[in-house]
Design a protein around this ligand. Structure first.
Ligand code: B1M
Length: 211
């Protein structure tokens, strides 16, 4: 890995907020593309955090500290990822499903969609099905985007889709799902309209679904 990006990678791994900010700024100053700073420097570091946690080498507080550094770096990178002056292309209600507190991936998807001109209603984390349903009636969202990072919370995606169906709103919205453990097969199984493995693919998915 490039030296500038590896400093950023290490800062996130160590959970250093100033290090992550400096790392992003240094990489930008060195002319790195925002997309590669995100993927190679930052997302790669979070993947390693996950691996170390799985191996029992680090624990939940360490993951939390790394996530804080990641968020700090992201806030600095955000203006460079989002292009301005794009007209509204639709409204997306996005949230992490009930029982799940992971929000970095969900925030990235929201950020990329915003950059592509979509209006975003961010419902946050641990969002119950009723709140997604309410967002359709009150905000007029035409896309509902569900994120889950835990295998144990994936069933909340199905519960949410069922709740939208029961509220008689299923034909008013397209529902997309994503998150590390989620697959296209799971999307097909629970009746979602689409699945995306990452934030930039989520933009093309939503664009296609709204055509
Ligand atoms: Co958690 N955690 N965590 N964690 N955590 C994972 C997910 C885990 C894989 C780690 C591991 O064991 N290797 C594991 C899940 C195992 C499983 O379910 N099979 C795990 C666990 C077990 C847990 C706890 C249960 C730990 C415990 O308490 N014992 C606990 C659960 C809490 C809860 O949610 N109820 C927990 C807690 C936490 C923290 C709070 C400490 C922290 C989250 C902080 C935060 O989000 N603000 C945390 C973290 C940081 C992680 C890892 C290390 C990193 C997640 C991350 O931010 N990745 C994670 C390991 C891993 O993923 N490898 C792990 C970076 C992010 C950019 O990627 O979120 O995948 P990701 O998003 C991507 C794509 O997935 C996609 O686009 C994004 C960008 O490309 N995407 C979508 C995401 N949502 C999408 C929606 C879309 C489309 C695409 O459309 C709607």
């Amino acid at each position: 890995m490039n030296e500038k990006l590896s400093a950023l990678y290490n800062a996130i791994l160590e959970g250093s907020v100033p290090g992550a900010r400096d790392g992003v700024q240094t990489a930008l100053d060195a002319g790195h593309e925002p997309g590669s700073i995100l993927t190679e420097g930052m997302i790669a570091a979070m993947k390693e955090v996950g691996r170390l946690f799985e191996e029992g080498e680090i624990f939940v507080p360490d993951m939390l500290i790394a996530a804080r550094a990641m968020q700090a770096g992201l806030s600095l990178l955000k203006p460079h990822l989002v292009s301005s002056n794009v007209k509204s292309a639709g409204k997306v209600a996005i949230g992490t499903v009930k029982g799940d507190l992971h929000d970095i991936g969900k925030n990235l998807v929201a950020l990329m969609l915003e950059g592509a001109g979509f209006e975003i209603l961010d419902l946050g984390v641990d969002v119950p099905p009723e709140k997604f349903v309410e967002s359709i009636t009150t905000s007029g969202a035409n896309i509902v985007a569900l994120s889950a990072l835990l295998t144990t919370t994936m069933p909340s995606m199905k519960t949410t889709i069922d709740a939208v169906q029961q509220a008689g709103l299923r034909d008013k919205v397209k529902i997309i799902i994503g998150g590390a453990p989620v697959t296209q097969a799971y999307a097909d199984q629970i009746g979602a309209d689409g699945f995306s493995s990452d934030a930039s693919r989520a933009v093309s998915l939503v664009t296609t679904l709204l055509k």
